[in-house]
Design a binder for this molecule. Structure first.
Ligand SMILES: *[C@@H]1O[C@H](CO)[C@@H](O)[C@H](O)[C@H]1NC(C)=O
Ligand SMILES: *[C@@H]1O[C@H](CO)[C@@H](O)[C@H](O)[C@H]1NC(C)=O
Ligand SMILES: *[C@@H]1O[C@H](CO)[C@@H](O)[C@H](O)[C@H]1NC(C)=O
Ligand SMILES: *[C@@H]1O[C@H](CO)[C@@H](O)[C@H](O)[C@H]1NC(C)=O
Ligand SMILES: *[C@@H]1O[C@H](CO)[C@@H](O)[C@H](O)[C@H]1NC(C)=O
Ligand SMILES: *[C@@H]1O[C@H](CO)[C@@H](O)[C@H](O)[C@H]1NC(C)=O
Ligand SMILES: [Cu+2]
Length: 671
């Protein structure tokens, strides 16, 4: 290992974001702007004056125009854009109101009280209010004293309570508390045994339970701040500079990004986080853009923990529908979260009183020069000639990081000139840890539901399921879902020395049940095709799903969390497009009872052949924590790919010209 320290050289690029972002005109899929959030608040205030009523905004987002309206606007973008509307879920008098506000006419178009199960997204404000309550709650103060702890060093955190068959529920959440004396790694120092229940509509503690005393794990070894580390230090990583002599290769016009042969719209939603819309790719041969993806986003993120004991059983989180994946977006750190050539974009959401909140640097967009090969070939079979053709790969990445409490999720959308879209997921941050009496594995005689990571510290087993909504419109709206099953054929009549081979047997999914796939031993290629468009030689144009790691749910199907998370029962589902079917776990996920999930919608078994269809794909991780995940976890990466499959007549990057060579001052490598 090299041990000499060399200065890190960063050649900063001298372009400004302003040169990339040209004048902004509203695209109908643009996320709501700060002034639009303010306008929503003003309009709702006319009907529900906040001076008289305690109204809170749990969700405000764009009520996107119907698909045909978008298409007709796209065919004539100079025409008047469709009306801007906002969809609002507000809490008022212990009820959830669904309000649609027309921002052009400034009226409330509809206002309905929701009477079903479940509650809307939690706001940050109410969570901040809730975690303050224990500090003045007598029984809690006593419990902390009893443990010999210092109240001013105790911080609490919010946990959704799930649903376990209760017929009636209140809008509550649970609090667990942590000790921050000597560390900022609160999750590593749980004050185990105490559970508080807060009624959010009353904003008061309604249940208290101090069940057991367990030593609080020590602070030593939990710190992760660079400034607090003590020698010996790890190896210094060597720096590198990125130079883009031709400047960046992408343009941002409003929220539409164009790069090389791609064009797409980037939106932000407080619940979903990044939303990619209208992704289309330029076909050199046809001399036009062709549609690929109408809309794609993470629909839900299900994180059930596997400890059935009193303080842990309910931890079965839905990070998108309960906490808001967009609401959890954090500001990216230039030169660290994204490379030197990244451009940053802000995002906005509405706080619980309706005022806009800015997340600066919520997104970064950059060209990824990772030193990979786009395609190559060396040919040595030709006499007296060696042919060596290589095209270096460059891709475009849109990145967001959501920090949902302890965990950090790195979400990448990566576009490749070859037509592939790679969806990257990185998990890092801090584990949820449980305090125990044990300091060595040889003391453990019971099931502790996790791995002993440090003295008195268990990293509890859990899963992360990420369910993507992918409304592919492959070269047009009407698509079919095809399973290309790879089947073994036995040769029994001695027509070949071979005894077997495999072949492709295609199956077109007619209805939803035909498209419910659980990955197992039977290999298949899963392709969304346009049955109305063929290549020159007659194949249906398509895009296929190249799955990431399969993560089968391991809970019983009739277990309450799995009823709520039933959208993970299959790896793949296909539904006919329906604007209101967006959230795989339902619109109201907090304490939901599983009656509005993808699994329930799909029971209708609707026709999906040659229709506008949506592909739902779940990938994820079963997480058995290990000591390397402590005190902070090195990124665990996953993801999947959407890849053109007979979409083009031939390799679409055959004639892509490689980037101009950049010579290093003292480079010994000769091109
Ligand atoms: C709501 O309207 C009232 C007048 O009815 C006004 O006093 C108040 O400032 C408004 N609040 C907001 C948040 O717009
Ligand atoms: C609004 O909330 C405040 C503080 O929680 C409370 O004192 C007041 O009674 C509430 N008003 C209504 C109309 O519910
Ligand atoms: C409790 O913590 C506060 C803040 O760090 C400190 O000022 C105080 O001395 C501590 N008290 C005890 C009893 O340790
Ligand atoms: C053997 O079986 C294959 C596949 O069923 C068939 O195509 C072929 O004609 C058969 N050959 C002979 C020699 O019977
Ligand atoms: C769209 O989906 C919702 C929820 O599943 C359903 O109630 C509604 O009837 C569907 N609309 C159409 C046109 O199928
Ligand atoms: C390049 O190499 C020369 C000769 O080896 C050396 O004097 C010079 O400092 C080097 N320059 C850089 C920028 O490394
Ligand atoms: Cu994990």
């Amino acid at each position: 290992m090299a041990s000499t320290l060399k200065p890190i050289l960063f050649l900063l690029l001298s372009f400004h974001i302003f040169s990339l972002v040209s004048s902004h005109q509203h695209h109908p899929l643009d996320s709501l702007t700060p002034s639009e959030f303010t306008l929503v608040r003003t309009i709702v205030n006319k009907t529900y004056p906040s001076s008289k009523l305690n109204i809170t905004f749990q969700y405000i987002g764009l009520d996107e125009p119907d698909k045909p309206i978008i298409f007709s606007w796209l065919s004539n973008p100079k025409s008047k854009p469709p009306p801007r509307r906002a969809f609002v879920i507000a809490r008022l008098n212990k009820q959830s109101h669904e309000i649609i506000v027309d921002l052009s006419t400034r009226v409330i178009v509809s206002d309905k009280v929701y009477h079903g199960h479940g509650y809307p997204l939690l706001t940050l404000d109410e969570q901040f209010a809730a975690i303050e309550l224990p500090q003045t709650y007598e029984p809690f103060i006593k419990s902390i004293k009893k443990r010999g702890l210092n109240l001013s060093e105790v911080v609490c955190s919010t946990f959704t309570v799930g649903w376990f068959g209760e017929l009636k529920s209140k809008r509550v959440l649970k609090l667990l508390c942590f000790y921050i004396d000597g560390t900022v790694n609160l999750y590593a120092r749980p004050v185990e045994g105490i559970t508080l229940v807060v009624d959010l509509d009353e904003m008061k503690i309604v249940e208290y339970n101090d069940r057991l005393i367990v030593p609080v794990p020590k602070a030593e070894g939990t710190e992760y701040r660079e400034s607090k580390q003590k020698p010996p230090f790890g190896p210094r990583l060597h720096g590198a500079a990125l130079v883009q002599p031709d400047g960046p290769g992408f343009k941002i016009d409003g929220h539409t990004v164009s790069w090389v042969n791609w064009k797409f719209h980037l939106g932000f939603d407080v619940r979903a986080g990044p939303i990619i819309s209208l992704a289309s790719i330029y076909d050199l041969e046809k001399q036009k853009y062709r549609q690929v993806l109408y809309r794609g986003f993470i629909s839900e993120l299900f994180v059930p923990y596997m400890d059935p004991t009193e303080e842990w059983y309910y931890k079965t989180f839905f990070d998108s529908g309960e906490f808001g994946f967009g609401q959890s977006a954090v500001s990216l750190k230039p030169l660290a979260d994204c490379p030197t050539n990244a451009v940053f974009l802000d995002a906005y959401y509405a706080s619980s009183d309706g005022t806009p909140v800015k997340i600066s640097n919520a997104f970064c967009i950059f060209e990824n020069h990772a030193g990979n090969i786009m395609w190559r070939h060396t040919e040595t079979s030709i006499p007296e000639e060696v042919i060596r053709e290589v095209r270096p790969d460059v891709s475009l990445v849109v990145r967001m990081v959501a920090t949902v409490g302890n965990y950090d999720y790195i979400i990448d959308w990566e576009f490749k000139p070859s037509g592939s879209i790679k969806l990257g997921i990185g998990l890092t941050g801090i584990l949820e840890m449980k305090g125990v009496i044990y300091t060595h594995t040889n003391q453990i005689k019971e099931n502790v539901h996790g791995t002993l990571l440090a003295e008195n510290t268990i990293g509890v087993y859990h899963d992360h399921f990420l369910t993507y909504y992918l409304d592919l419109d492959v070269d047009g709206e009407d698509n079919s879902f095809v399973k290309n099953n790879l089947e073994t054929i036995k040769v029994t009549n001695h027509s070949s020395p071979r005894k077997s081979y495999w072949t492709v047997v295609s199956e077109i999914a007619k209805t939803e049940s035909d498209a419910q796939i659980q990955f197992g031993l039977k290999p298949a290629e899963l392709v969304v095709v346009n049955p109305n468009k063929k290549t020159k030689v007659g194949n249906n144009v398509g895009y296929r799903l190249i799955p990431g790691s399969a993560t089968r749910p391991l809970l019983s199907y009739n277990d309450y969390p799995q009823i709520r998370g039933a959208f993970t029962n299959n790896d793949v589902w296909v539904t006919p497009y329906n604007k209101s079917e967006k959230w795989a776990g339902g619109l109201y996920v907090d304490q939901s009872q599983g009656d509005d999930t993808l699994a329930v919608w799909s029971l209708r078994n609707r026709k999906i052949e040659n229709k506008d269809i949506v592909l739902w794909y779940t990938t994820g991780f079963h997480h058995v924590p290990c000591q390397e995940d402590f005190p902070v976890m090195p990124t665990l990466s996953g993801g999947f790919e959407l890849r053109p499959t007979n979409f083009f007549n031939s390799n679409p990057v055959l004639k892509t010209r490689p980037p101009n060579l950049v010579r290093w001052p003292n480079c010994t490598n000769k091109p």
